[in-house]
Design a protein around this ligand. Structure first.
Ligand code: ACO
Length: 335
C-alpha cells in the first residue's frame, strides 16, 4: 500500500522580532546573527496565541487543501517538544478541530526531527495499520523554554506550526519513496532542556530511610546547547542520512528536484547542499524570516513553497530533520 501527501498548511505568530530587537536585550548585533546563522527575524507568540492555536490553524489549512473532512481523519500525530500540557497536546488539538470521530491522537517528542519521524510514523500506520487519513503536525514554541538572557541560544529560535495530510493510496502513487532514521543518546548532552531533579540526595538516607518527604517540585532547564558540536553533528550525519534515504528510494541526489532541510542555520544548509552537490537554486530556505522553528520548520517551509507554486505536483523533495536527542532522519517524498 502507498501513502501520499495531499495537503499542507502552516501558521506563525503575529509578533515579529528582528535581530535589532534582540540586540536591545542581549549583547549581539544584526550582523553577527545574520553572518553566523542566516536569520533576520523570528516570530514569537503573544496574547492568546499558543501551541494549540497555531497547530489548529495549520491543521485546518492542510485539511482544506487536501479537501478532507475532519470527520474522515483517522489519526493526528502532534510532533512537538513544547506541549501546552506535559501529558500531551494532540487530543486537545483533536478536540479543538472538532474531530469527534477520529479514534486516536498522540504526541511525538523529537524536537527538530519530530516532523520527519511523524511523517514516517504516519506512513507506517497507513501501510501496516489500515489508517487512511493521517494528519501530521509539527509545532513548537521554543520561546517558552529559551533563556532570553543567553545570546548563544535565544537568537536562533522562533515559534510556528506546520501540518501535512498523509493519505493512503495505491502503491504506484506512493509519495514516501525512502527514509532513514537515527538517534544517539550519547550526543544528547550537546543539546537539550533537561529536568532539574536531584531528589535522590534530598530524599534517601544512606541506610535507605526517607529523609525529606514530599519531594520539591521539579522544573525544566532552558535550552542548553553546545553550538559547535551540534553544527559538526549536523554537517556529518545529515548528508549520510539523506544518501541512505535516496539509496532506499533507488534515486540519486542529482535526480531530486528540491532539498528541504530543517531550518536551523544557513551555514548547515549550505554545507549539506555542497556535500550532496545540490545547486543553490534547488535548496529551499526561509530561515531568514522565521529562525529555527524546531518541529515546525520543514512543514512551514513546505507549505510556503507549495502555495507559492515553487514546488509542483509530482516533484521530488529530499528532506531531513536533525536536533536534540540527538535524533536525525531523512525522507524522500514526492509532492
Ligand atoms: N552575538 C554576539 N556574539 C555571540 C553571540 C551572539 N548572539 N553568541 C555567541 N557569541 C560569541 C561567543 O560568546 C563567543 O565569544 P568569545 O570568542 O569571546 O568566547 C563567539 O561569539 C563565538 O561563539 P561560538 O559559540 O563559538 O560561535 P559559533 O561560530 O559556533 O556560532 C552558533 C554559534 C550560531 C550557535 C553555531 O554554533 C550554530 O549555529 N550551531 C548549530 C546550532 C543549531 O543549529 N542548533 C539547533 C539544532 S536543532 C534543535 O534540535 C533545537
Amino acid at each position: 500500500k502507498g501513502c501520499k501527501l495531499v495537503g499542507c498548511g502552516s501558521a506563525v505568530p503575529i509578533l515579529s522580532v528582528s535581530n535589532d530587537d534582540l540586540a536591545k536585550i542581549v549583547d549581539t548585533s544584526d550582523e553577527w546573527i545574520y553572518v553566523r546563522t542566516g536569520i533576520r527575524n523570528r516570530r514569537v507568540i503573544s496574547g492568546k496565541e499558543s501551541l494549540k492555536s497555531l497547530a489548529v490553524e495549520a491543521a485546518r489549512k492542510a485539511l482544506e487543501m487536501a479537501d478532507v473532512d475532519r470527520n474522515d481523519l483517522d489519526l493526528i500525530l502532534m510532533c512537538t517538544s513544547t506541549p501546552d500540557d506535559l501529558f500531551g497536546v494532540a487530543p486537545q488539538v483533536q478536540r479543538e478541530l472538532g474531530c469527534t470521530k477520529t479514534p486516536l491522537a498522540y504526541d511525538i517528542t523529537a524536537a527538530c526531527s519530530g516532523f520527519v519521524l511523524g511523517l514516517v510514523s504516519a506512513a507506517c500506520h497507513i501501510r501496516g495499520g489500515g489508517f487512511r487519513n493521517v494528519l501530521v503536525i509539527g509545532a513548537d514554541i521554543i520561546s517558552r523554554i529559551v533563556d532570553w538572557t543567553d545570546r548563544g541560544t535565544c537568537i536562533l529560535f522562533g515559534d510556528a506550526a506546520g501540518a501535512v495530510l498523509v493519505q493512503a493510496c495505491d502503491a504506484e502513487e506512493d509519495g514516501l519513496l525512502g527514509f532513514d532514521l537515527h538517534s544517539d543518546g550519547e550526543g544528547g548532552r550537546h543539546l537539550g532542556a533537561p529536568i532539574n531533579d536531584d531528589r535522590t540526595n534530598d530524599l534517601l538516607g544512606s541506610n535507605g530511610s526517607v529523609l525529606d518527604f514530599p519531594p520539591k517540585r521539579s522544573s525544566y532547564n532552558c535550552v542548553q546547547m553546545n553550538g559547535k558540536e551540534v553544527f559538526r553533528f549536523a554537517v556529518r550525519c545529515v548528508p549520510q542520512s539523506i544518501e541512505s534515504a535516496l539509496e532506499k528510494a533507488g534515486l540519486t541526489a542529482s535526480s531530486i528536484d528540491w532539498l528541504l532541510l530543517h531550518q536551523a542555520n544557513q551555514r548547515i544548509i549550505d554545507a549539506v547542499a555542497t556535500r550532496l552537490e545540490f545547486p543553490q537554486e534547488k535548496v529551499i530556505s526561509n530561515l531568514a524570516n522565521y529562525g529555527n522553528t524546531s518541529a515546525a520548520s520543514i512543514p512551514l517551509a513546505l507549505d510556503e513553497v507549495v502555495r507559492s507554486g515553487k514546488v509542483k505536483s509530482g516533484q521530488t523533495i529530499a528532506t531531513a530533520g536533525f536536533g536534540a536527542g540527538l535524533t536525525w532522519g531523512s525522507a524522500v517524498i514526492r509532492w
